[in-house]
Structure formats: C-alpha cells, structure tokens
Write a protein that binds this ligand. Structure first.
Ligand code: ADP
Length: 746
C-alpha cells in the first residue's frame, strides 16, 4: 500500500478533525501518501480538485474545530451504481490503494457496498475503455477501514463513537440552563434530543441532568396510559418540593404500540392534566456543533492512528473493518457484523420487539435505564415491613473533584429506595472524628447531580492516634453498618487506616468501599476517577484560549497543570491540544532534555513558527519549575520568540461536572451501594475500591492497594495511559505553523 484516501461523510460529528489529523500524520509517518477526499461521497464521485494530497501542516491547528475541515455531504448519486462507478474511476485515476471512511452507518454502508462491488465496477470501467487494464490490474480490491463518526452512538463496534461525548456536553449545557429558569418560574420543560433509533443521548442526558422522565425508542413506557403515569410522577415531584420539572424526549421516541411520541404531545398532556406552563426546547443541530470535548479529541485521535495501523497491514481482499473503542481498548470489528447488528436494533424497534431492542443495545444500556428510572422517582419505594434497614454512611475525603455530589446523590437515592437509612458525614474524616453525621432524606440530594464542588464538604485530614477512638465512637453511636467514601488518595489512605485497625477497634469491622473521585486520576484499581474528565475539559478550553491569544506574535507558552505526581492530565491535555512538548514526573526532566527542546524551538521559530505550546505537570521536576523553564526558554530563545507561563491552578478542581463524570459517578455510586448492602447482609467484613477496568465496573481489595500503589508519589505503579505517550510524541512533532502545531518534516 502506497497511497490511502480519507474522507468524512454523512452527518458531521465533533472529533472528525482529530481523526483526520491522526490519519494524515500517522499515514505520513508510515511513509504513505494520504489523499483527502473533500465533501464526502460527492467529492469522490466528482473527483478532480476534490481529491488532494495532504501535508503534515495542513492538518495543524484543527483539533479544536467542530465539524470537519474537509467537508461532508449527503450524496444521492453514490446510492446509484452509476455514481459508484464514477467513484471507482476516480480512485483508480488517483491510484488510491485503500480508503479510510469517517462517518455514520449510512456512509459505512456505502463503503461496504463499494468494497463488494469493486471488481464488477472495475471490469465495467475497463470494458468501456474508461481505465486501462494495467491500472485495473494494480487494484484488484479496495481495502476499507471505517471510523464511526456519529453523535447518536447508534452503532455496534464501539462503546462510544466520535461526537457522542460532545453532543452530551451540548445537551447538559442546555439542560443545566433550562433547569435554573424552570426552577425560577416553577415551569415544566420538554427537551427534545437527537436519536431516531437510539435513545443513548436521551438516556444519558437524563442521567446527567436529573430529568424527571425520559422517553426513548428502545423502551417505550410499558403501559397504554403512560401519560397518566408520567403526570402522576410530575405531580408527586411538585408535592415533594421540586421547583422544576423536565422531560427528555428522544426524537424517535414511541409508545408501546409503535406510535411516535412527539414533544408537542408531551407538552399538551402536561398542560391539560396538570394545568402547568410547559415549554418545549428542541436542541436540534446545536448538539452537532461546537468545539469537540477533550474525550472526543482523544478518542478520535486514537481511532485515527488505529485506522492507519489497520489498513496498512490489511491484505488486498480482506473484508472491511471498523476500528472502535470497547472496554477502554481499541478494537477491530468486521464492518459487516457492525452494520448487521446496528440494523437489527432498528428492525426490532420497527417490529415493536422492544425487549429484543433493549437486549441488543447491551446490558449496560438496560442497567442505565433502570438506574435512571429509580433516581428520577419523586419518592422512594417504601421499605418492606420485615426488612432489615441498614445504616450506611456516605462521606468524602481528599481534595474536591467535580462529580462528588453526583456520586453521593446516586448512592443516597439508591440506598433509600432499597429501604435503607443513609447517613451523610460532613467534612470528611474531620467530620467523622467530630461526629458531624445526619440522616439524608430523598430530597436532601435534589439537584446534586449537576452541582460542582462538594455539598458534604471534603478535606485531606487523615485520622491517626486518638482520632481513631473518636471515629469508633461516632460509628457506634450511629450504629453504622457500612461506609462509602467518595474521594481521593487521602480518603483512600484514611479508609485503609480504619481497615487495618479493625482488630483494635471492633467498630471498624464493617464493609467499607472507596469510590475514586479526584481530578488527578491517581488511584488504585481504576483506569479513571470521577472528576478527571471535567478537569481535562477545563484545561483544554483554557489552552485553546491561550493559543488564540497569541495570534500576532512569535510566542511559546508553558502551561502548568495539576495532577500531583500523576501525569494523566498533562499527557491527555497535551494530546487534546496538540502541545509539542509535555513534561511528566513519570519520565523525569533533565537539563539535557530542556536544552534539546529549546534548541528545537529555536530552529522552528527561525523557520517561521509562530506559536509553541509546552504542558508541564505541576510536580514534573522539583528544580526545573515552571518559572525556571520560562526563564530558560526566554533567555535561550533570544529575539526569536518570547515566552509566557500560565499556571492553571484551582480552576481545574472546580466547575460543574462534565457529562462523562456525571454518568460515571452515577454508575459507580449505584454499584457501591448494591455491593455494600450485599456484604453487610452476608455479615462479611470487606474493604474494597470500586473502579473501572477495561471499561467494566470492578472491585479491588484494600489488601492489594499497597502492591498497586507507588506510595512515595501517590500514583498507581502501572498507568495504562502512558501507552498513549508515543502517539502524543508523534502527532505533535515540532513544527513551524501559525497555529502552533507542525508544518514540518515531510
Ligand atoms: P450517516 O453516514 O451519518 O449515517 P447518511 O445516512 O446520510 O449519513 O449517509 C451519508 C451518505 O452515504 C449518503 O448521502 C450516501 O451518499 C451514502 N450512503 C448511505 N447509505 C447508502 C447505501 N445504502 N448505499 C450507498 N450509499 C449510501
């Protein structure tokens, strides 16, 4: 394979540019020529100027842009054989050996067809004299690799697709804004989100926003008169003191007879039956637009790299594959299988086989639906008369992390709904020492899903010595059966201390679970922690702005980000913003590195580079501080460029939690309570950390923590994301462009 083509097609999706950049740069790095096909299938059918070679620099400075810089289109002609014949002719004329398609199921269906018809179409072109036999013989088959670009997340082959996370950002921004105006006027809102056959955005939007009711295509309300059930729920919510109510409707929502449920219908029903003032907001194309989230940039970048790795090793006649992201890992799936399974859900919905549709979506989807249904209840199920009501304490520990409140809310509501008594400990372990413990009720956590900071309060106190007596007394006084600690490393250390002191303090001999919530993402037993995604998005939007501020001068920025000794935020921030250099404590920083980097910058600025970007973890090196680096670069840069530093600071711990963090926090919170209850009922003492491993919720024993952690640097011994280091190095290779990343090398 010498030359590959890449295009974006169908509905645009934020993150397509990151995928394109990764495809072009990885391709060039592999020694391939990469041709972009502008305007999707229209460009392929039209040919000419629409098919052009791409350089390293041409895809610089596009990571933060929404949409797709090479255009997308819907193309009727390509649906006909005649159109595809022209497409094949253009591919042969440009001697393109393989295609990378970034698009939705329509676009990928088109590519599948093109692959299957290839030989036929080539023969026809030869017979009609449109291409030579020689040209045809060089291209006996068309290798195809797909990347799913779809905000709906409606395809098989990837747990999440390019654009979905950004769409959720847009939805959550809107629902947060709507909630506050709705609460002010005690109004009801109906919010319509995209998703014709797939309720993913609606369901996750509801989970992330604390909506009161959600209607999705795969699981219609199970009663004929669902309207009454919904109104009853909203009525009860008002009685309980809710000031706002919100119903989220997927555009393809339907009732159990298969009839569409429109947002207008929902509005009319609420107005008639509750006499309320109801407004509709149809989010529409807002969901597609805007700058991609940090997650979408990094996901799409990885998929772009993997697509090139896949196609460059593909045998000529190999069947088309899609690259995806499943269980926090890159995967390859036959396109045929992905398309078939995707179609099966749509068919099941159309045939009103809703159970089948829900099952096909996967177990996690069904579980999320159940969780949403519980969390949005106006009142909990009453406890069973003969039930043992457990007393579970919920608390924080460590620094603040966005999403702590979301996790606490989910845990409290699930616990109360299961009939248990949920107790809130204020001010982390200090509060446990000082006996600051109160019982929650259902409404005490109302509105917490969306709130940043920590309502219960958190700090880094680690109990020792006499504190342990005080804690034992508090636990005994409140007859606490189990503890859920939602927090960071000092919270984990505190729970470990209690766990290790079980023999001396019988009150500690109860099940305890730690839920990872820290922006640093430095905790054992999990690939991710709640809060890290929000912090990453804060970093990325700050760096985007910093880059824009430097349009007129030759300037390098040194941006310092948090993370303590863990370089997660620094590396992922660099990957998402295209920073040329990133300094991590994990790798160390030497004077030799710094000198080499300054030299490289000098060379680049000499050749006309306008903007340089360096990201530095706050603890990267004790001696070579951010200020030191600024002075070094400034001094050595001479007249070639000036240097500014930006220490992003505590803004990284604040802000409303991102949709990813809200969904993740909810999932973990629910799981923790179910597990705690299980252990308490079995009278089995256990100390666990919950987390996500290979995309699945999993538990690690506290006994294993010392083995998993590098205590000196408060970070896990093995950090999966360090595997992304080579990609960050490669894609942001030193360059000379106006935008700060690479017009170089080739
Ligand atoms: P998406 O890729 O986002 O699902 P569409 O369904 O509109 O968007 O598909 C984009 C383009 O892909 C269409 O305009 C058409 O050119 C091509 N396409 C879609 N479905 C087919 C098909 N069944 N056969 C051939 N081409 C198709």
């Amino acid at each position: 394979m010498k030359r590959i083509g890449v295009f974006t097609s169908g509905g645009d999706a934020p993150g397509m540019n990151a995928a394109l950049r990764a495809v072009v740069r990885t391709g060039l790095n592999h020694g391939l020529e990469v041709y972009a096909i502008y305007e999707g299938y229209s460009g392929l059918v039209e040919g000419g100027e629409n098919i052009r070679p791409m350089s390293w620099g041409e895809v610089g400075g596009i990571l933060h842009l929404g949409g797709t810089v090479i255009g997308s289109a819907r193309c009727k002609e390509f649906r006909e054989r005649a159109g595809r014949l022209r497409a094949v002719r253009n591919l042969l004329l440009h001697e393109i050996d393989g295609l990378i398609v970034i698009g939705g199921d329509g676009s990928l269906t088109g590519a599948y067809l093109l692959h299957n018809e290839w030989q036929d179409l080539v023969e026809e072109l030869v017979e009609t004299g449109q291409v030579t036999k020689k040209a045809a013989s060089r291209h006996k088959a068309l290798p195809v690799v797909g990347i799913i670009g779809s905000i709906d997340n409606d395809m098989f082959g990837s747990d999440i697709t390019t654009g979905t996370d950004t769409a959720l950002h847009r939805i959550v921004d809107a629902t947060d804004a709507i909630s506050s105006t709705a609460a002010s006027h005690q109004r009801s809102f109906v919010v319509e989100v995209m998703g014709r056959n797939c309720g993913y955005l609606a369901l996750m939007g509801a989970m992330a926003s604390g909506a009161d009711w959600v209607l999705i295509p795969e699981s219609p309300p199970d009663v004929d008169d669902w309207e009454e059930k919904m109104c009853e729920k909203l009525r009860k919510g008002r009685l309980m003191g809710r000031r706002d109510s919100m119903v989220i409707v997927a555009e393809g929502a339907r009732d159990c007879n298969g009839n569409p449920i429109t947002s207008r219908h929902v509005k009319e029903v609420i107005e008639e039956r509750l006499g309320e003032d109801v407004r509709i907001t149809v989010l529409g194309h807002v969901q597609r637009g805007g700058s991609p989230s940090a997650f979408d940039r990094n996901l799409s970048t990885q998929l772009g790299v993997e697509a090139v790795e896949t196609i460059s090793t593909m045998a000529g006649e190999a069947e088309p594959l899609i690259v995806g992201f499943q269980g926090n890992k890159l995967t390859r799936t036959p396109l045929r299988v992905a398309l078939e399974k995707t179609k099966a859900v749509a068919d099941a919905v159309a045939a009103r086989k809703f159970d089948e549709a829900l099952e096909l979506r996967g177990a996690a989807f069904g579980r999320s639906f159940e969780v949403v249904r519980t969390l949005v209840r106006a009142t909990p199920h009453p406890p069973a008369p003969d039930q043992r009501r457990l007393r579970i304490a919920i608390m924080h520990g460590g620094g603040p992390a966005p999403g702590m409140n979301t996790a606490a809310r989910a845990a409290v509501r699930i616990g109360i709904d299961r009939g248990h008594i949920m107790l809130g400990v204020r001010n982390a372990f200090r509060g446990l020492i000082n006996n600051e413990i109160n019982e929650f009720n259902w409404m005490s956590v109302n509105g917490w899903a969306t709130r940043g900071g920590s309502e219960l309060g958190t700090n880094r106190t680690i109990p020792k010595g006499r504190d342990l007596y005080a804690i034992a007394r508090s636990l005994e006084e409140h007859q606490i059966d189990g503890i859920l600690m939602i927090g960071g490393w000092s919270g984990y250390q505190s729970i470990l201390e209690l766990y290790n002191q079980r023999k001396n303090y019988p009150a500690f001999d109860i099940p305890m679970i730690c839920l990872p919530a820290t922006i640093n993402n430095n905790l054992p037993g999990t690939e991710l922690s709640v809060g890290a995604d929000t912090a990453l998005n804060s970093i990325v939007s700050a760096v985007d702005k910093i880059k824009q501020s430097a349009v007129a001068s030759q300037r390098a920025f040194i941006v310092e980000v948090m993370g303590y000794y863990c370089g997660y935020l620094a590396l992922m921030g660099a990957l998402a913003t295209g920073a040329e250099r990133v300094y991590l404590h994990e790798e160390g920083v030497s004077m030799r590195d710094l000198v080499a980097d300054v030299e490289e910058f000098r060379e680049a600025f000499k050749k006309g580079k306008r903007l340089g970007l360096v990201i530095r973890n706050e603890m990267a090196n004790e001696v070579y501080t951010t200020n030191f680096m600024r002075m070094l670069f400034e001094e050595e840069g001479g007249d070639l460029f000036d240097v500014r530093q930006a220490i992003l600071g505590h803004m990284q711990q604040g802000g409303t939690p991102s949709p990813f963090d809200r969904i993740f926090a909810t999932r973990l919170g629910v799981n923790c309570i179910d597990t705690l209850v299980d252990y308490i009922e079995r009278r089995e003492t256990v100390g666990l950390c919950i987390g996500q491993v290979r995309g699945e919720v999993s538990f690690t024993h506290l006994d294993d923590v010392p083995r998993l952690m590098d205590y000196e640097h408060s970070r896990p011994v093995r950090q999966w994301w360090m595997d992304l280091r080579p990609i960050a190095n490669l894609l942001a290779r030193q360059g000379y462009s106006l935008t700060g990343e690479g017009e170089t090398a080739e």
